[in-house]
Design a protein around this ligand. Sequence first.
Ligand code: HEM
Length: 234
Amino acid sequence: MHCIVLCDTLYATGVSRLQWYRMTGRLFRRAALFSTFITLFSLAWSIAHRNSLSIYTWQEAFAVAAILVIAPSLALSSFAYFWNFADKLVVYRKSLGVQGLLLGLVHIGIAIVNNGIASSALTLESTRDLSIVTGYLATLLFVLMPVATSGRGIRILGGKRVRLALRYLGYTGYLLVLAHGALIAGDRWLRWLQTLDPMIPPATLGAFVIGVAVVLLRIALFVSQVHKKHVARA
Ligand code: HEM
């Protein structure tokens, strides 16, 4: 069930290094196929909306792909709770999360090439500055996730605390990324909602809606767990 931790725990507690590499390698390769598909899909969506292929299209496509690849990494636990079919997919959460982070890093790299390192001139007085701060904070939290699930992280924190840390780091990071996107692209989304022109919505708006759905699903899981506890106590 908790294989993000389990795979690393196995490594920490006995499975040979070779077996561990084979297992995680297989998961990573399959997740990479999915991530590649999502990246191509995001690129096609951005091109269709913008009707052009510029460096901004690439920057947007990688931002969208990051949000869409991190989405199942977070949501698979909720899916597995509500629907049995997702049980066997939870093993992909870590690979998807790491690959979503890598896509986010490519997005940041393109943004820096486009605009220079924005963080060097931040005054925090504009929504753009706030957006960039939330973007960097989110990235920091995402980077801490693989650190927590490393063999050493698990030995120091213990499996239960690692799972808790992953939940808080993942969802706080995701909320920050959604805030980052909304702060910087919100005006464009509103303009599109008012005009519906062009017909195809901004890819970032689509990613934002899916991101909000992931967070709502986690809230539903929390409410259901609390409800179950109350029923059991009564
Ligand atoms: C809806 C999704 C997203 C949108 C619309 C978006 C948009 C943008 C834009 C337009 C910039 C350039 C800002 C500027 O210099 O004026 C930017 C930069 C940045 N983005 Fe995103 N982004 C999104 C997702 C992400 C994700 C998933 C991450 C992290 C994993 C991220 C992290 C950053 C960071 C750290 C910067 C600042 C880079 C710099 O120093 O210039 N963004 N983003």
